[in-house]
Design a protein around this ligand. Structure first.
Ligand SMILES: Nc1ncnc2c1ncn2[C@@H]1O[C@H](COP(=O)(O)OP(=O)(O)OP(=O)(O)O)[C@@H](O)[C@H]1O
Ligand SMILES: [Mg+2]
Length: 326
């Protein structure tokens, strides 16, 4: 098992932006948090690991016009394609590795690869030390692409909306990360929740945030990979400029640098820079994970009892076998 967390005494942070629920703000956060960190002087690389290629579109990358049109698909499928050859410089301090829809085929093409869940880790290892932050935009599913992200990452940030049903999804997500921790990446930790499209004045949002705070406070005493997780502040307010920026192929700082969305992501980047990655030795690799239960002031649900959400992609895995999420 590759244990890259110990390879460098002062490593950068490698963070997967993960939520199996679609449309919660993963891509918007990856792009604009990354851009804010780069503006603050950090060296940042954004990885598009979603076949929807929304991060690539958001950054205004047209692969057909690039000199060497290599993408995430090539990195995963072509043994000779290096991460460096697929890296595009977007602006000072900000690089990206783009994707295209063909990335969807990689999951099938790699199904018989003996080390299929760690290809991204091996390809990125020569370059990660060049960056202070590597941010990985994950697809809204828990298949092989996501598993590659979780093998490379040291941390998971969970973008979410403060809705009641979202709490159930977060419980399932934590359980999934716990399973990955026990198999392919014992260093992995869930370190932050990012509240997106936040409407903080509503009673519902306040209750959900209070429930999350209670849940993570209780987890501090447990031997689980989310024991150091915090609900990051500030929350990202709902702001129409953030929804408009992708169609111009621009980050929020290039599109509307003074809007509320730009202010929120700038403040969030400052807060995240002030936190450590909270990597500790609280491994759960040989212990049994507790059942993840987020008790809400409105009702109580457990992961195992959770009904599939109508709007969600396929249910989270019940097990990780052969290094693959099943
Ligand atoms: N704070 C915000 N205010 C307004 N609109 C937002 C905000 N954050 C994201 N959006 C919009 O919400 C939609 C979903 O956001 P985004 O694409 O970032 O979610 P996602 O989790 O990456 O989705 P997917 O699961 O499909 O990859 C997009 O149209 C985006 O522009
Ligand atoms: Mg997305």
């Amino acid at each position: 098992m590759a244990d890259h967390a110990s390879a460098n005494p002062n490593p950068g942070r490698i963070i997967a932006l993960l939520n199996q629920k679609g449309g919660v703000g993963k891509t918007t956060t990856t792009v604009n948090l990354g851009a804010a960190l780069a503006k603050a002087g950090k060296r940042v690389c954004l990885l598009d690991l979603d076949p929807q290629a929304h991060l690539t579109l958001h950054l205004g990358i047209d692969l057909a016009e690039t000199e060497s049109p290599r993408s995430m698909y090539d990195i995963l499928v072509d043994p000779d394609c290096t991460a460096e050859s697929a890296t595009i410089n977007i602006q000072p301090q900000l690089d990206a590795i783009p994707s295209e829809v063909d990335l969807a085929a990689a999951e099938t093409e790699l199904s018989s690869h003996p080390d299929r869940q760690r290809i991204l880790l091996h390809k990125m290892q020569p370059v990660v030390d060049q960056y202070d932050y590597v941010l990985i935009d994950c697809p809204p599913s828990l298949g092989l692409l996501t598993l590659n992200a979780l093998s490379l990452a040291r941390e998971v940030f969970v973008p979410m909306q403060a809705h009641f049903l979202a709490l159930q999804g977060v419980g399932k997500l934590l359980q999934t990360v716990g399973l990955v921790c026990q198999s392919v990446n014992t260093s992995l930790r869930v370190t932050g929740i990012i509240l997106c499209m936040h409407e903080g004045q509503t009673t519902l949002a306040k209750e959900v945030v209070a429930d999350l705070d209670d849940f993570f406070t209780q987890a501090r005493d447990q031997n689980v990979p989310w024991r150091d997780c915090q609900v990051f502040l500030p929350a990202i307010r709902r702001n129409i400029k953030l929804a408009e920026a992708p169609s111009f192929g621009q980050t929020i700082f290039d599109y509307a640098s003074n809007c509320a969305g730009a202010q929120d992501y700038k403040a969030l980047a400052k807060h995240i820079s002030s936190t450590s990655s909270n990597i500790n030795d609280a491994t759960t690799s040989d212990g049994k994970l507790p059942e993840v239960e987020i008790t809400t002031s409105m009702s109580s649900t457990t992961v195992e009892d959770e009904p599939a959400l109508a709007s969600s992609p396929p249910a989270a895995p019940a097990d990780v076998t052969d290094g693959n999420v099943t």
